[in-house]
Design a protein around this ligand. Structure first.
Ligand code: BES
Ligand code: ZN
Ligand code: ZN
Length: 483
């Protein structure tokens, strides 16, 4: 729970007060904060440098049992991410100290305070759903102390921030869930349940209807699994809207590679292969809670890619919903197959003004941009520019990648319309994007390859190990700024 207060800071009783400190400038004009910081600075180990911490117990200037000072570094260099991370760190310290509430000094620039709110709510998320004993408890009350003049405005903003962070956490928990607990039918149920109380219409397309819609690519990928594929369509339709946006999310609940079985190392990590669908589902739920001003349609093909006697094979030729045939070069390039059918469906049923797909699509993209940055592919520089800008703001970073025409040769097939993998392994992320491009027709489209940032095997200041929820904050920011 995120709250705002403007009461007298010196009198406020709390177990845990957090004060950010610049190395070279005052963080707050409040005399109480000023004298607390002066006291902190008398300790030679604390200068306010980035990453420094100092804890004082029951200092006489405040009614707090603990005051945690967090070094932010030089004021010039302190971007919102520094504050997000500092707040996340404060949360983990408070959780470790078994606190039920935490009080942040929320003075300073608006962007810095909002970033701290985000870092605090995200940093309060623990990944212990599968532990018998939960050693740690999240903090029940996160309170920000602000100037009286800002109280109302910050209160309003904090509601939105909390909602977006809840969406991110929802996506994280889905991605971190083990693959035996999120096979396509279970994952679909879990999404329907989460979306239940929202202003959303959900269509659940089962195997029979997938066949009726001729989505043979989705069926082919699902044919090796005992759990049948399905497709969820989530429709957020506000009373008044101008644009219709389709969001398509890759929902491979486990990617074994299929007959082209992946090697053992890292196989367990392929539970993350539904992170695109998780991000899109959570974005729809968040969009509805926030009353976003556009119609948003989430299209989620959910499937498990497994080897079996019934699995699709390399060499197979599959007819997609668009009518185009695909020669299978590798059953592990399954994401683009299911996205092809989902994209065709989204365009045919809803004629969106824009379509964005989000997918853990290629190891090549992770290779190119590393584990923290997503690749954005679009012919529309304005659209990719908007996504890159939203990425900069939310720190869900995106980098625009090329889709050169002459690379289309990579996915040429001798006997079908197209092949699902390139003949060489170079430029694998581009080959995948060019494959998808074959199915988007005239629609204004962008593809976000989140194979890098969807999942992390290291915790950071405001995200535990596992799913990162990447895409939710990004897409919500983009939708909020879309005109
Ligand atoms: N799900 C994987 C991509 C992936 C890799 C996601 C690492 C997250 C982290 C995808 O389906 C895949 O297997 N892609 C292949 C494509 C290849 C067969 C052309 C790859 O990247 O190796
Ligand atoms: Zn694969
Ligand atoms: Zn995959």
């Amino acid at each position: 729970m995120l709250n705002i207060t403007a009461d007298d800071l010196a009198q406020m009783k709390t177990g845990f007060l957090v004060i950010p400190v610049f190395e070279d400038a005052a963080f707050s004009r409040s005399p109480v904060v000023g004298s607390l910081i002066s006291r902190a600075m008398t300790y030679p180990e604390f200068k306010g440098g980035s990453g420094e911490e100092l804890m004082l117990y029951s200092p006489e200037e405040a009614a707090a049992e603990r005051v945690l000072f967090l070094g932010i570094g030089k004021k010039e260099k302190a971007d919102p991410e520094v504050f997000r991370a500092a707040a996340g760190k404060a949360m983990s310290r408070a959780i470790r100290a078994k606190q039920t509430d935490i009080l942040f000094c929320g003075h300073g620039k608006k962007e810095s305070v909002f970033a701290m709110m985000e870092g605090a709510v995200l940093g309060n998320h623990l990944s212990d759903l599968y532990k018998k004993e939960r050693k740690n408890k999240p903090v029940a009350q996160i309170v920000f102390h602000v100037d009286q003049s800002k109280q109302t405005a910050y209160m309003e903003a904090s509601g939105g921030i909390q909602t977006v962070c809840k969406g991110t956490i929802m996506a994280r928990d889905w991605v971190s869930a083990p693959p035996n607990d999120k096979r396509p039918d279970m994952f679909a149920r879990s999404i329907v349940k989460a979306a239940d109380r929202e202003n959303l219409t959900i269509v659940d397309i089962d195997e029979r209807n997938i066949r009726k819609n001729r989505m043979y690519a989705l069926l082919a990928v699902g044919s090796g699994s005992d759990t049948k594929p399905r497709m969820l369509v989530i429709d957020y339709r506000p009373d008044k809207y101008d644009k219709t946006v389709a969001l398509v999310g890759k929902g491979v609940t486990f990617d074994s590679g299929g007959i082209n079985l992946k090697p053992g190392s890292g196989l367990a990590d392929m539970k993350q292969d539904m992170a695109g669908a998780a991000a899109v589902a959570a974005t729809l739920i968040t969009a509805s809670r926030m009353g976003i001003g556009h119609r948003v349609i989430g299209v989620l093909p959910l499937v498990e890619n497994m080897p079996s006697g019934n699995a699709y094979r390399p060499g197979d030729i599959i007819r997609t919903a668009s009518g185009k045939t695909v020669e299978i070069g590798n059953t592990d390039a399954e994401g683009r197959m299911i996205l092809a059918d989902a994209i065709s469906y989204a365009i045919k049923q809803y004629t969106p003004d824009m379509l964005i797909d989000v997918a853990t699509l290629t190891g090549a993209c992770k290779m190119a941009l590393g584990p923290k940055i997503a690749g954005v592919f679009s012919w529309d520089d304005k659209l990719s520019g908007q996504l890159v800008a939203s990425g900069r703001k939310t720190f869900e970073r995106c980098w625009a990648m090329p889709m050169p025409d002459d690379y289309k040769d990579m996915i040429k097939s001798d006997i079908a319309d197209i092949r699902n993998v390139g003949k060489s392994r170079w430029g694998g992320a581009i080959a995948a994007a060019l494959f998808l491009a074959e199915f988007v027709k005239e629609v204004n489209w962008a593809h976000i390859d989140i194979a890098g940032p969807a999942f992390s095997d290291k915790a950071n200041a405001y995200c535990p190990v596992g799913g990162t929820g990447f895409g939710v904050r990004l897409l919500i920011d983009w939708l909020q700024n879309l005109q």
